[in-house]
Write a protein that binds this ligand. Structure first.
Ligand SMILES: [Zn+2]
Length: 191
């Protein structure tokens, strides 16, 4: 994966931590491709670190750029707890880079829940996410019980659509037995 750091951050990045970070990112992306199919390769990724704890992934579709803003502790992770937190945050954000979108307001419970679920799968943990995220995770786990390859199938069938574009009908076409309440919940906008 090609990614760069924001210029201001470069002097503060330790070489060994950079190597660690890149390795982790590669392994996350590998698992994503295996579980959910290809990640949009036309985008370049810029990573920026901030001293607050904000974690955001935004895309500029016009210029094919994904900007991932992460707390500085993600880069400086050294202890087991810090490394766990880094892997959890990174793997969550990487889900939002599968099909980048400029419009975060369109993000559905399906995409957000998938991000939570995947980050826990990757780190083999229960992250005890806040209420809303917990709900989103629950909906996705419920969906995957019907067919754990559903995301890959949807992506293959609707190659030009984004994770948050899938409708109740599209999901139902692949899994006719999913109940309508769950479908409604999954396709509701998260923000
Ligand atoms: Zn998210």
């Amino acid at each position: 994966m090609k990614f760069t750091f924001e210029k201001d951050d470069i002097p503060f990045i330790d070489k060994n931590l950079y190597i660690e970070f890149s390795k982790e990112l590669r392994s996350i992306r590998k698992m994503i491709r295996k579980e959910y199919g290809p990640i949009d390769k036309t985008y370049s990724t810029v990573i920026n670190f901030n001293s607050s704890n904000s974690i955001v992934t935004e895309a500029k579709e016009k210029i094919k750029l994904v900007k991932m803003s992460l707390p500085i502790y993600v880069m400086n992770a050294k202890t087991i707890d810090e490394i766990y937190q880094r892997n959890l945050n990174l793997s969550h954000e990487c889900i939002h880079t599968i099909t980048p979108s400029s419009d975060a307001s369109k993000t559905t419970y399906l995409e957000e829940g998938l991000a939570v679920m995947f980050s826990e799968k990757y780190t083999n943990s229960d992250s005890m996410p806040p209420d809303k995220y917990n709900k989103a995770r629950g909906y996705v786990l419920e969906l995957l019980k019907h067919d754990e390859t559903i995301i890959k199938k949807l992506r293959k069938k609707y190659i030009h659509l984004k994770l948050s574009d899938y409708t109740c009908e599209m999901i139902k076409e692949i899994i006719p037995t999913v109940d309508n309440v769950l479908l409604q919940n999954l396709t509701t906008r998260f923000y």
